[in-house]
Design a protein around this ligand. Structure first.
Ligand code: GCB
Length: 866
């Protein structure tokens, strides 16, 4: 209509003219040059994002500092802006923040993962520097979730700080630090789609006339809808304005395959048409539903949700991770072919959700009420505020389809050995009360989103009925790791589905720990080998694909992450990542790509982890090839091994490597991939080719030690002409898993070498030929009280008493150590090495003569000197 066009034109013209001499709402990032101190005496200059725990959370000695951290910064405010309203926006401060402006308290905020705004206008001095001080506290607080969880609670101001300056009329900054408007959709289908927007406008002045202009643009930037609204804003009030657009015909729908985005722009002007404030948001037309029988539907079509959980921290940065690095995660996840991310266990940076909109990734987002709740009014209050902030700040992202509020909330209860039954019942009902309240809050604030919660393997979620509160219940299941066997997954899910046929289910977590330095032909539960990781994920995927009632699966975890109390193959790191802590992909990442990403032909030869592969009489080593093609041709060192069918994204091929450099080539008609692998082939009986040779005593797996640049091979019983133990047994290893081993060994990063060990071995023999050898032996005293690992759900460890072990150590009858008493001579959990040069006519025999208790030994490294 010409009338509208003229009006729009004149508004735009006025806006352009106005912007020449008037500033409308403005946000300035003020991350640079803060002063930080832990005692208010010694200050250092830091930039935001910042945490004080990026190093000490990985330090074996100290544990990480949970307590106070002080930040301050000066900002200059000019009197030119004296008619403006000023806010500070903190995008995340972990976990409690008290903000002072020029010495006066401005606000206190609890909760480390959502943003908060504070209005500071009246506290400012114009034409002067103003002091911002922030007191940050990450100590344990019974009233702030998370109370307890398997991740590190790094303290600090770790997301952007913004100084916001707005005219007296502006989109509200007071509604739980949201953008001040909420996008709702109505009648969305492929024929038509409607948009309704609720807008909150603050007026800091007397009654005023204003003008609101909303427009919808398509992805090409064409304006396809616009609405004008004249407003009369009451004095010093927040006005809610509702705008409904007429339906859009034949909208392009948003989905992971076609993430088509429209844009909504909001402009607030004064009565003269001068722009006061502007906002915008992505619009995506989609609708999501769950069905207990048929799974997850997007836009009416079934989609199996397959993706990952993500934690936000990153090697060396803690949680203070530059946003560009974080964005790379989302690209990596998309590239893998995932269609869903669970942002666990707390809201992540908003930029990432925006990227999910753009790339087409469905999102589950949640607040960190993890493991247990506190029965206190404040805890309930903080939880409510947190969920209000969460939903309101993340509401407008089309990618967000699921809002969650609890994870494994009965975990602590399940392991509580102290409380009485009555106390436990009371805690259950408190938890249920909070869950009910939050579920209702979710449904009220976000009626078109799916509500979710995740539980661990325990009947309590069924018994209490908590699992029936959310629209979708996620099971975190670790069959083949903490519990039972890999194959138990499907059986468990079938039973649940039978017992609770009206409940929609997602496998919200699963996965074993995996260290890229560990590989084996015989993967076992708890060995941290990348091979076991492959086995578990490949089987889980098949089991979930087979079950249409399962909405999907999200692997635990996208990346390795910091968890201070843990002691796995890398201390203080949870190693269940598909990629490493620095985001280098593990092989399993490529396997997922081969089953999920159909965009282009893809091949990956998984030899990256076979560093220093040493083979003996073994003629071959199984190598997994991953591909999204049906058949691949494989050749080794130029000779074809034939064509192989790829099933479930993988084919395993036994490769008879030669000593030295080998090359593997895998091809299809359209693509090929080549990998070089260096293999150390040692011939039995004369140990012909060896220069250096390492054995991982008591272990069935290879361990690559970067510092020594050698792979310690698996141990074996002595065989003539070869090597092995004559007696003794692997410490802490049961039939199908490794557990109860010493962790967080000081003085080394070769944990897996020390962790597995032989106990009670009195003689170990290597039938090496005549020569001069450097022999290095590795020891640790294992019998120290292990830190209780609550995630180690199945195993009770009884090795918590310290007994004496004293032994003499001989090599070929030469006394190397007399009365070796590891517990007495060294600090606890200390990685000890003892080294000697030995000349031999034939063979090396190691003797550990017990004086008291059973001798232990973790590793042997021999080097031929001439
Ligand atoms: C879980 C928790 C998650 C842990 C994970 C694990 O079930 O939800 O926070 O990190 O197990 O690795 O044990």
């Amino acid at each position: 209509m010409p009338h509208i066009k003229y009006k729009t034109f004149s508004l735009v013209l006025m806006a352009c003219v106005a912007s020449l001499f008037l500033s409308h709402a403005q946000s300035k990032i003020i991350n640079s040059g803060w002063q930080y101190s832990e005692d208010k005496t010694h200050w250092q200059t830091v930039n935001i994002p910042h945490t004080w725990n990026n190093k000490d959370a990985f330090d074996d000695e100290s544990g990480y500092r949970r307590g106070l951290g002080y930040y301050k910064k000066q900002i200059y405010v000019s009197s030119q802006d004296k008619d403006q309203i000023f806010y500070l926006k903190f995008n995340a401060v972990n976990q409690e923040a008290t903000v002072f402006i020029n010495g006066k308290k401005a606000t206190n905020h609890k909760g480390g993962y959502t943003a908060f705004n504070v209005e500071i206008t009246s506290l400012l001095n114009f034409d002067a520097y103003n002091l911002i001080e922030v007191e940050v506290d990450n100590s344990h607080n019974d009233n702030i979730p998370p109370l307890d969880a398997d991740f590190t609670f790094y303290g600090g101001i770790y997301r952007d700080v913004e100084l916001i300056k707005v005219p007296k009329q502006h989109f509200s900054l007071k509604d739980f630090a949201s953008d001040g408007f909420y996008v709702n959709y109505y009648n969305v289908s492929s024929d038509k789609a409607g948009v309704k927007v609720d807008i909150l406008i603050d007026n800091f002045e007397t009654k005023t006339d204003a003008h609101l202009y909303l427009e919808i643009l398509d992805a090409e930037g064409n304006r396809i809808r616009e609405e004008h609204q004249g407003l009369t804003l009451k004095s010093n009030k927040t006005e809610t304005v509702k705008v409904t657009f007429p339906e859009i015909k034949n909208p392009k729908l948003w989905s992971p395959d076609h993430p088509y985005l429209y844009k909504l722009q909001l402009t607030l002007s004064d009565k003269n048409g001068i722009i006061l404030d502007k906002k915008q948001s992505n619009l995506g037309f989609r609708w999501a539903t769950v069905d207990p029988e048929k799974g997850f539907f997007l836009n009416g079509k079934p989609i199996k949700l397959i993706g990952v959980n993500r934690h936000q921290d990153y090697k060396d940065y803690g949680n203070a991770v530059p946003i560009e690095l974080q964005k790379q995660d989302i690209h990596l996840i998309k590239n893998m072919g995932a269609n869903v991310i669970r942002f666990a266990h707390y809201p992540h940076s908003r930029e990432l959700y925006k990227l999910c909109d753009e790339l087409g990734i469905l999102v589950w987002t949640e607040i960190p009420i993890v493991n247990k709740v506190t029965d206190s009014e404040t805890f309930f209050e903080v939880s409510h505020t947190m969920q209000n902030e969460h939903i309101k700040q993340y509401f407008n992202y089309p990618s967000v389809v699921m809002f969650g509020y609890m994870n494994e909330i009965f975990l602590r209860l399940a392991f509580d050995r102290k409380s009485t039954d009555k106390e436990k019942e009371a805690l259950k009902s408190t938890t249920l009360k909070l869950a009910n309240q939050l579920e209702n809050l979710n449904r009220e604030l976000a009626p078109n989103h799916i509500t979710v919660m995740a539980g661990h393997l325990n009947e309590v979620y069924n018994d209490t009925g908590i699992a029936d509160l959310p629209m979708l219940f996620g099971w975190n299941l670790y069959f083949g790791w903490y519990d039972g066997q890999i194959e138990d997954l499907g059986k468990f899910l079938d039973q649940q589905h039978q017992r609770f046929p009206k409940r929609s289910l997602l496998l919200s977590e699963y996965g074993p720990g995996a260290d890229v330095r560990i590989f084996t032909k015989t993967p076992k539960k708890f060995d941290f080998s990348t091979n076991y990781q492959a086995k578990l994920h490949q089987s889980y995927y098949k089991q979930i694909k087979k079950r249409p009632f399962m909405t999907g699966m999200t692997a635990w975890n996208f990346a390795d992450f910091g968890s201070e109390f843990r002691g796995d193959a890398i201390p203080h790191v949870n190693q269940k990542g598909l990629v490493q802590y620095d985001r280098t992909p593990k092989d399993i990442y490529y396997w997922y790509k081969s089953v999920l990403d159909e965009d282009a032909p893809f091949i990956h030869i998984s030899t990256d982890n076979l560093k220093g592969l040493t083979l003996f009489e073994d003629k071959a080593f199984p190598v997994q090839v991953y591909s999204n093609q049906n058949e691949v041709n494989v050749s080794l060192n130029g000779k074809s091994l034939g064509n192989f069918k790829v099933k479930n994204g993988v084919v395993s091929i036994d490769m008879s490597f030669k000593d030295g450099n080998n090359s593997i080539r895998v091809s299809t008609e359209t693509i090929s991939e080549e990998k070089a692998i260096n293999v150390n082939r040692i011939e039995v009986f004369d140990f012909k080719n060896f220069k250096r040779f390492g054995i991982n005593l008591g272990a069935h797996f290879n361990f690559y030690d970067k510092a020594q640049n050698i792979t310690f091979v698996p141990d074996q019983e002595y065989k003539k002409g070869w090597f092995g133990f004559k007696d003794g047994s692997a410490f802490g290893i049961t039939k199908d898993k490794n557990q109860g081993l010493p962790h967080n060994i000081k003085n080394t990063d070769a944990e897996p070498l020390f962790q597995t060990l032989l106990e009670g071995c009195t003689e170990y023999q290597l039938d090496v030929p005549e020569g001069n050898y450097k022999v290095k032996l590795y020891f640790v005293e294992p019998q120290i009280k292990p830190t209780e690992n609550i995630y180690n759900l199945s195993e009770e460890t009884s090795r918590n008493t310290k007994t004496q072990r004293i032994f003499d150590l001989y090599i070929n009858n030469a006394l190397i150590e007399k009365q070796l008493n590891l517990a007495q001579a060294y600090p606890e959990k200390y990685g000890v090495t003892i080294q000697a040069n030995i000349q031999t006519k034939k063979g090396l025999t190691l003797k550990l003569n017990a004086i008291e208790g059973l001798p232990v030994i973790s590793g042997i490294l021999i080097e031929k000197l001439d």
